[in-house]
Design a protein around this ligand. Structure first.
Ligand SMILES: [Zn+2]
Length: 58
């Protein structure tokens, strides 16, 4: 037995690659072009990620 988890841990709590602040339950991490950013950036036209396709990490 290796004890390796089959399900990846949530990305929540890891730093956002757009603003550098940690992601949190109220503003969870999403992936845009492989970058982990706050979900809120996808709704902000000034962020550069507005309406970008993204995949939820959980
Ligand atoms: Zn951010």
């Amino acid at each position: 037995m290796t004890g390796m988890p089959l399900i990846r841990k949530s990305e929540t709590g890891r730093p956002c690659q757009a603003c550098g602040h940690p992601t949190a339950a109220k503003d969870p991490a999403v992936f845009v072009d492989g970058a982990r950013i706050h979900e809120s950036h996808t709704g902000d036209p000034k962020s550069g990620f507005y309406r970008a396709s993204f995949k939820r990490s959980r």
